[in-house]
Each structure stands twice: as C-alpha cells, then as structure tokens.
Design a protein around this ligand. Structure first.
Ligand code: APR
Length: 251
C-alpha cells in the first residue's frame, strides 16, 4: 500500500476528518508563502513587518508590505483547494482550519472554514473598530485611514495579537476530537496554530487520531507528530487522493 492509498483508507474509515492548512496550499495559486526560500519573510524582516508593535509604531512602512500581500485578492483557488471542497461535498471532510487569510478555500467551495489568523479581505479601523471590504478602500494612501481618522489594518492576526476567540475555540475542538487531520502546506513554526496537530495525538483517555502531513519538504512535524508524510505539491497530492477515493468507492 502506498501513502496515497493509506491516506484514502484512513479518510474513508474516519468518523471525522479535518484539514489544517498553511500558506503552502496557496503557492500554486501564485501567492508566496512565508518561510520558503522566496517567502515573504526572506524579503521583509519578520519583526519589523509582522509584529503588531511595528504596525502601531510605523503603519505606513508596514503598509508597503501589506499592499504587496493584498495582491492575493487577485488569486484563484488551485486544485488543492478544490480537492478539499470536494472532500467536504462527499461528506468526508468536516471542516478546514486555515492559517491563510486569502479566502481561497471559500472561493473553491469549502463551506466550513475556520480562519485561525483572520482574513485580509477585510480591513479594520484601529480607532473605532469599523470593518471595510478591502475593495472599497483606497489602499494607496500611506497609510489607509477610516473616516474617523483611525489607521486601517487588515483584519488578520499579526505577531503579538490574540487569535480570534471563536476561531480558536472551533479549531481546538476540531483538533481534539477528529480521527484524521490532514496537515497541508504549513511549516508548523508558529504557535498556537502549530499546536493543533499535537492535540490529535495528545489525548488523555481518548483515542488518538491520525496526522497525515502533505508538504513538499520536511517540517517540524515530519517523523514526529505526523504519522506519515506525503511529500509533494498539495495541488497534485490532494487531487490524487480524491481520485483514488472515487475509484475505491466504485469498486
Ligand atoms: N505543496 C505542499 N507544500 C508546500 C507547497 C506546495 N505547493 N508550497 C509550499 N509548501 C510548504 C513549505 O514547504 C512550507 O513547509 O508550505 C509550508 C509553508 O510554511 P510557511 O511559509 O511557514 O507558512 P505557514 O506555515 O502558513 O506560516 C504560518 O506564519 O507569518 C505567519 O501568519 C503567518 O499564517 C502564517 C504563519
């Protein structure tokens, strides 16, 4: 049995399977990830641009990077996003928990999406809290501001900010109860998101789940928390899993 067949067996025998995705699932849509060789943090200092204190200190500077990131709004879902939506349609995937802020899971048709790090399609006023669709705002201003005068910030989580409470609760509950977690395209380098796969394995008095990692290179989870790793591109591996499931069901 190869690893694709093993994943198919595990998904088909699970009562509840969930997917946990990172920036790697969207690279085939043309959005760079963060920590690969040409990732965002190789071009921008992670603390000077990624931390909320830096945003508060100099929002105009951080907006230079954010404008580049918001090109993700032009991106289209790729076969990996579509495969996860199809698994949900087939009744085989309970939810997608994503660290991504690009809405591509929803664009592909996934219905239950838990956005652990928020969504960059919305901007939030740091003064009055009002939210805006990013397409309604002139983001060329340095920095973009609310009519109240407050600086606008993407409605996503910067380093130093808390995870949105409802998303946190949902993600932890899914991770703690699922039989299978597909961990796709994440380096698992950022807590608390990186702890979610651990919740599949560290359960006192309850049956452990299976962690299936899909990544084009080894991560902190490989050969540790992951039961097994399917090495390859998400946009190739996930459609193969869906095809194999269909073939198995027809047999
Ligand atoms: N298929 C499979 N894996 C891929 C692909 C692909 N096509 N492209 C990239 N990857 C893998 C990389 O090998 C890497 O392990 O995806 C992972 C991306 O890791 P990161 O760049 O660290 O992205 P992510 O894990 O989502 O980062 C977590 O860090 O800065 C923050 O808030 C940001 O949500 C983000 C968090």
């Amino acid at each position: 049995m190869n690893l694709i067949q093993r994943a198919v067996r595990d998904i088909l025998t699970a009562d509840t399977a969930v997917a946990f995705t990172g920036a790697g699932i969207s690279t085939e849509s043309g959005i760079p990830d963060f920590r690969s060789r040409n990732g965002l943090w190789s071009r921008y200092d992670i603390y000077e641009y990624g931390h909320i204190d830096s945003f508060r200190r100099d929002p105009a500077k951080v907006w230079n990077m954010l404008r580049e990131m918001l090109s993700l709004l032009e991106a289209r879902p790729n076969p990996a996003h579509h495969a996860l939506a199809e698994l949900e349609d087939m009744g085989l995937l309970e939810a997608v928990v994503t660290q991504n802020v690009d809405s591509l899971h929803q664009a592909a048709g996934s219905r239950r999406v838990v956005e652990f790090h928020g969504n960059f399609g919305r901007l939030m006023c740091t003064g009055c809290g009002r939210r805006f669709d990013v397409r309604e705002v002139d983001i060329t201003a340095a920095p973009p501001c609310c009519p109240c005068g407050g600086v606008l910030k993407p409605d996503g989580v910067f380093f130093g900010e808390p995870i949105p409470p409802e998303a946190y609760r949902d993600a932890v509950s899914l991770a703690a109860s699922c039989d299978v977690m597909l961990v796709i395209g994440t380096s698992a380098a950022v807590a608390p998101a990186s702890q979610l796969p651990h919740l599949v394995k560290e359960r006192s008095g309850r049956r452990q789940g299976t962690v299936i990692e899909i990544n084009r290179q080894p991560t902190a989870l490989t050969d540790s928390v992951a039961d097994y790793t399917i090495q390859g591109k998400a946009g190739e591996v996930l459609p193969r899993i869906v095809e194999e499931i269909k073939a198995t069901r027809q047999r």
